[in-house]
Design a protein around this ligand. Structure first.
Ligand SMILES: NC(=O)C1=CN([C@@H]2O[C@H](COP(=O)(O)OP(=O)(O)OC[C@H]3O[C@@H](n4cnc5c(N)ncnc54)[C@H](OP(=O)(O)O)[C@@H]3O)[C@@H](O)[C@H]2O)C=CC1
Ligand SMILES: O=C(O)[C@@H]1CCC=N1
Length: 278
């Protein structure tokens, strides 16, 4: 059981994890988070009842936050991860499991900035954790015990589906489910724009697109749901949906989506290289 957890960096992703976790049995008194700005720390403390420290006000915020924590979540941008690891290293307990959610930061890059043998987990979560419909893939480092891996699972399990993957799958996971919510939101934006092209007013267009994406997503969460079967359930032979799908296929929509995911994975590989090059 997690007794104390520290979130170092708590923006979009950190807050999504935090919100999902606090919906479980964990008490806000077991959570400390750090950010840079005072107003963001105040917002988090007010919204969740946690302790939130701002680096702008308390320069030792990160070192203070990790003291006594059994899990530390690194939620800053990839470029900030190594510096943050070096900053907390002197005060980190050797048993604390350090979970990085940063895209493209490898386990070896993490370990090389932490004390030798520090237990580490590389995670790729997504923001729907905030509404407890997230998915996260975990890859543990070689010194991370089964008990420490269980603690990392516990961070996410009440907020979504937790998968264990080999580290070399992490860039693919990032390209599919890490970035994926943005693809879905982009689709919703495009659907609303198409609605406005028909002359529907902006509010009506947004509601139609939003409820369609949300409702379709909810149907996919039903036991045994298969997207191809659900699609056929909407597509009458010779009807309107078939005409739309044929137009999507003629435009190469599946290939366009694959190209987007490839671009995301390639960018992750490039970021890993850039971080190694310094
Ligand atoms: N957003 C997403 O959907 C996903 C993001 N990720 C990963 O999550 C990480 C964070 O991304 P995201 O949440 O989008 O980014 P944000 O910019 O929203 O959040 C970053 C947070 O880090 C804080 N911060 C920056 N530097 C420090 C520091 N030295 N000490 C303490 N706090 C610090 C910022 O504080 P302040 O608010 O005061 O500026 C902010 O709260 C990235 O590594 C990204 O790859 C992974 C999967 C999905
Ligand atoms: O855009 C990014 O780099 C991060 C990683 C996955 C989602 N957001």
């Amino acid at each position: 059981m997690i007794k104390r957890i520290a979130f170092l960096g708590c923006g979009s992703m950190g807050e999504a994890i935090l919100a999902g976790l606090l919906g479980s049995e964990l008490s806000p008194s077991a959570v400390v988070s750090t950010v840079r700005r005072v107003e963001r720390a105040e917002e988090l403390a007010h919204r969740y009842g946690i302790t939130a420290l701002a680096g702008a006000e308390e320069p030792d915020a990160n070192s203070l936050a990790v003291q006594g924590a059994d899990v530390v979540i690194l939620g800053v941008k990839p470029i900030g991860i190594a510096g943050l690891c070096r900053e907390i290293s002197p005060t980190l307990d050797a048993r604390t499991v350090v979970v990085s959610v940063a895209a493209a930061v490898s386990l070896s890059q993490l370990s090389s900035a932490l004390p030798p043998g520090q237990p580490v987990v590389r995670a790729m979560p997504n923001t729907p954790l905030k509404v407890r419909r997230g998915v996260v893939a975990l890859s543990a480092g070689p010194t991370t015990t089964a008990q420490q891996q269980a603690l990392a699972h516990e961070v996410f399990v009440s907020s979504g589906v937790v998968l264990d993957v080999p580290e070399d799958a992490q860039n693919a996971v990032s390209a599919i489910s890490g970035s994926g919510p943005a693809y879905v939101f982009y689709f919703a934006e495009a659907l609303a724009a198409a609605a406005e092209e028909f002359g529907l007013d902006e509010d009506t267009a947004r509601i139609l697109a939003r409820e369609t994406v949300a409702g379709g997503g909810l149907m996919l969460t039903q036991p045994g749901a298969d997207p191809a079967v659900l699609r056929r359930g909407v597509s009458s032979p010779g009807g309107t949906t078939e005409a739309a799908i044929a137009a999507f296929q003629a435009q190469g929509l599946a290939g366009i989506i694959a190209a987007g995911a490839q671009a995301a994975a390639a960018r992750a590989a490039a970021i890993t290289e850039e971080l190694s090059a310094g």
